[in-house]
Design a protein around this ligand. Sequence first.
Ligand SMILES: [Mg+2]
Length: 269
Amino acid sequence: METPKSNRVGFLLDMDGVIYKGKSAIEGSAAFLEKLRENDIPYLFLTNNSQRTRRDMAMKLQRMGIPAEREQIFTCAMATARFLSEKKPDGTAYVIGENGLAAALHQNDYTVVDDDPDFVVVGEGRTISFENIEKAVRLVSNGAALIATNLDTTCPTDAGIRPGCGAIVAMIESATGKKAFSLGKPSPIMMRMARKTLGLRTDETIMVGDTMYTDVLGAVQMGYRSVLVLSGHTTEEDIKSYAYTPDLVAPCLNAIPDEFFMPAALATV
Ligand SMILES: [Mg+2]
């Protein structure tokens, strides 16, 4: 019998489609998190939404009855800001996006400017104007590096989809002929930062998500175990069209069997 390398595990949990859908919690997600806490299994919420700050995201969860601390939220805006501050400390950025992105940049000693920035940083949001796009196109063609918080082409809303960060970035890429560098899932940079936040090793990390090309792909690239839940926008039929597969497919978060993440020794405690 194969001996597991480590008894420790921890979870990186996508939010939309895993913990909640629209404005309501997905049944059983609070119970699953409770089980993790009871067994001292660490977890981190991981989102490609750069619109809200981690404090706002924690509040959103709390209001749905999901206990969450701000320290348990890791957003693509945070991954982006940390990456940029390591690459070029005290830099400048022209920002297309909302609060969550500007706050993350400020926290990492970045200055938001309108002219001559080091980077043009794009997140999603609903307050973007054509003027912003025009400005970004000119700055990028004059030499600013183009950074995307994520390349998701759509954002789910209660009323249907709306254009996501990837769709906005595509306009700028098309006009300038320059390719954006993206930090959000499936970027190994965000996936690694999240693992390190929990102090886990690669073989101890499990990623749960409802999207193949971000959550599952990110985990596959990193060598993490992955779970695709069908409580979001992916069906079992969809999985067949991808070259990679998750380690487990479950109807929802709370349907992940204990044996998948609790070695026998732990489960009997
Ligand atoms: Mg999702």
